[in-house]
Structure formats: C-alpha cells, structure tokens
Design a protein around this ligand. Sequence first.
Ligand code: MRU
Length: 343
Amino acid sequence: MRTIEWDDSDSSVKMIDQTLLPGELKFIKCKNVAEICEAIQNLRVRGAPALGVCGALGVALAARTSSANTVEGMMKDIKAAGEAIKKTRPTAINLSWGVDEIIQIVEVEGMDTRLIQNISLDEAKKMANEDIAINKKLGKNGAKLLEDGDVVLTHCNAGRLACVDWGTALGVIRSAVSSGAKIRVIACETRPLNQGSRLTAWELQQDKIPVHVITDSAAGFLMSEGVINKVIVGADRITQEFVYNKIGTYSLSVLAKEHGIPFYVAAPISTLDPESWEEHIKIEERSHDEIRYLGKAKEQNVPEGVPILNLAFDKTPMENVSAIITENGIYHPPILIDEIILG
Ligand code: MRU
C-alpha cells in the first residue's frame, strides 16, 4: 500500500487522507492543483519525502489539466502551479525539490505539449518508485546502528506515511526488525497534530512492532530512568549547521546529549540543503486553532484572547547529532553535508 501514487484510471493523485487516521483508512483523489494544495496545507499528505513526491505529481497534474496549446502557455501554467504548491509548506525542502526537479526536466528545447505531459508524469512516477528504493537502502544502512533489545524513541512520523513506503527513521527500525532484532519503540505524541500517537503508533501496530506512546513531556524522565537507549528522527531539511524537523526535536536532542544517548537522524539525500543558511529558512507557523481547540469537537484548550505561538518545526544544531543516516551510508561527526552528497 502506497501513501501516495498516480492513479491512471482517472488521472488523479491518490493518497491516504492522514487526517482521518487512526480512526479511518481512506484514500482521496486530487484532480487539480487546488486540491493538491489543500491536501498539503491540511496535512492530508505530509512528511518530507511524501511531500516531494506530491510536489512532483502535482506538476504532472498541472501539465495534464493545463488548457494551453502551446509549449510557452503550458510551461507558464506549470510554473504557476509549482509556485502555488511550494508556498503551501515552506520548511521541508523536499516539496520544492520535487516540484523543481520535474519542471527542470521538461524545461528543455524540443518539447511539445504532449511530451511535457508524458515526461512530467513518467518522471514523477519514477521519483515515487525511487523513494521506496532509497528508503530501503537507507533503512539497511541505519539498521547497523541498532541492536537486539534496543528501546528507540522517535518523534512525529518518519514512517511509510511520511514517504511513499517503508519510511526513513521507521524504515531503519523496520529494517532492523526484518533482520531479526527485537526493537521496542517509544513514540512521542507530537503535539499539536499528534503525528506520533495517530500515525507512528498506527503503522507500527500494523507491522506488529511493539510501540508505546508517551506525552512529549515524558521523554526526559524516561531517558533519566534508563528506559530509552537510542533516538531516531527524520528531517525536513538538513543544512550545514542544523537539522530542521518537527517541533520538539531540538529538546529531545538536548535531553539525549545530557543522558549520553545516541541521537540519529535518518533522511534521504534529497533532504540535504548545503546552500541555505539559517536566515533563508522559514519555520512554518500554523493556525493557532490547532492549539486553541482540542479534537474534532473543538473543545476550548486556551482561553480566547490569549496569544499562541504554533511553530511546526525547530532546528537542532549538528553538534547534538550522533550520526546522519542516508542511502549513501552512515555519517558520524564531524558531519559535512557536501561529503554526504558526494557519497
Ligand atoms: O508536519 P509534518 O507532519 O509534515 O512533519 C513531518 C516531520 O517533521 C517528519 O519528521 C519529517 O518530515 C521527516 S519524514 C520522513
């Protein structure tokens, strides 16, 4: 089961609606770019690698739905769609990477409108297939860092739901379990949208990998009690200086350092951003209502009028990272992004 894919039967982008999990497993279909943007904005599809593939499929969809009958007209439509898609969520680099990769491939001499439609779709499908292959490779590399009996803490969801399949941080755990290691997972709830309790717990339960959910604030105490012996998280963007990931990751890295626990980051090369510096990167701030009200019943959680800050991501300095795991291998400090890219 893929989290996101192209559906040839009706030329749509088909994806699991992750806002309904764990209560309901339902697929939705996006038939135009506005629907893609809505799905990304509302986290029906989420997680850096899945967003990359969604961006790529979104460009292919833009080519399909364009009414232009000239190459110039179609490229204009595709680029406008790409910009709209990229704006929906600014922090994960994979989204803009997925969009730009496809646009770059079709923006060459000698194209006609039919070729743009066919090539953009073929390349986006290829990216989706490669995502799985990359995660399997990354998982196999990272599994070397895990041992039988480990209790591994993870944050947010860096599993198959955050990718096309398999996962990054959870892919490492899956690979270790597939080769016979008994691993137990501690999933942080990950307030306010609860990707840990809703999504990580759901997918690990499906795979019969033992998982306990904890509140985000319980992690430090469990580390101090010796319950957790490794931490693995995914990433939305990795620069020369920082790992950008779900809010709360930085606190976990500080706690892990304090308690002498390895803190691993698992991400594909497409998440690396050697060119950007802190000042270039926008940390997404989401609707205050995600904190002000609880659940679908919208129970009041914060009094009306009290200001809220709802940052979706934070940044962890490289000195807190014990290793970065990619499809190219495992990289221990000193971690140099350019070296990882070169393999
Ligand atoms: O806001 P989300 O759910 O898209 O945030 C996702 C994360 O922070 C993941 O840890 C990250 O994208 C890595 S997914 C393999």
